[in-house]
Design a protein around this ligand. Sequence first.
Ligand code: TXA
Ligand code: MG
Length: 345
Amino acid sequence: MEKYIDLKNHNDYTKLQNAGNTIKNGGLVLFPTETVYGLGADGLNADAVRKIYEAKGRKQDNPLILHISEIEMLDRIATDITELEYKLMHAFWPGPFTIILNKKPIVPNNVTGGMNTVGVRMPSGTIARKLISYADTPIAAPSANVSGRPSGTNVKDIYEELHNKVDCIIDGGDCEYGLESTVVRVINNIPTILRPGKITPNDIEKIAGIVNIDKNVLNKIDINEKVLSPGMKYRHYAPKSKCVLVYSDSNNKLVNKIIEISKEYNNPLIISSTENKVKYNIKNIIDVGHNDNLMEIAKNIFTTLRKVDSYSPDLVIIEGVKEEGIGLAIMNRLIRACEYNYIKI
Ligand code: TXA
Ligand code: MG
């Protein structure tokens, strides 16, 4: 039986000592961060890291992020850090920001998918930070979900698929942001966004004066192409049901297109903004939040995607959002959930 530590309604963080020991002893711990839940193990112990890949059914070439609690931990795992990289870390840590750096030999090859770089993040979530401190080692942690499924943003959503694969579960309630961290690699002194998140292109540009967005953030990639971030090439976040993403800058056009598509199906499900849901005269609607509050939609999106299969829909029609600010991150996840089935009008 896995240990269960309930920190939803109180903050007796001393209980985390126990979970820290589980990590030290090579075990797997499910824990909350401010972005999504992580499936954590000692990032410097190759045997412990192997268990993460087994539990998730994750491809070996898809590298993991190392989570640190103090800037001192960085020296143990990364080298040749540039001034700009330090500047970005100081600006966005602790927080939902991952930076790809040159790794030191102590980092096992199965953390980095055989690459000579390592992704590093200092989370702001108190539980995550205390857990790393107690474990006294960088924690390797992918999002807590079986590979291909939407990331877990609360324990209830992922309990069934993961509880018998972990040694300890820390329940910290709902995650604050609900989308994974922004992943950045500095290339030729230009920060390049490999995966968008809460830290937006604009936020990065303010610090670095310049920012690039990798073309794979919104475009389909050829499976044979060499990509900068291996995670981008795999099927992701997808419900079992067929999904289509629809977006227009004109809200009227968007609603009309969705109504038109929905009429062609017997049991469609619409994932709608709060503002638009009264406009669709159909049985199956999930409200994902206000379209003038993208933080709310970001927070709800994964838990919403996890609900859709229970409607047995013959098509899931998802309202897109403007690809701006955190909207870029929402659209990056939704395009993958729909397997690039995207209508922009
Ligand atoms: O918010 C988050 O980042 C969450 C929480 C738990 O911290 N973690 C997370 O991990 O989303 P994961 O494994 O689901 O996604 C990590 C992404 C993958 O797309 C992976 O390919 C990329 O980061 N990545 C990790 N290390 C990399 C490296 N050395 N080079 C390029 N991409 C890397
Ligand atoms: Mg993931």
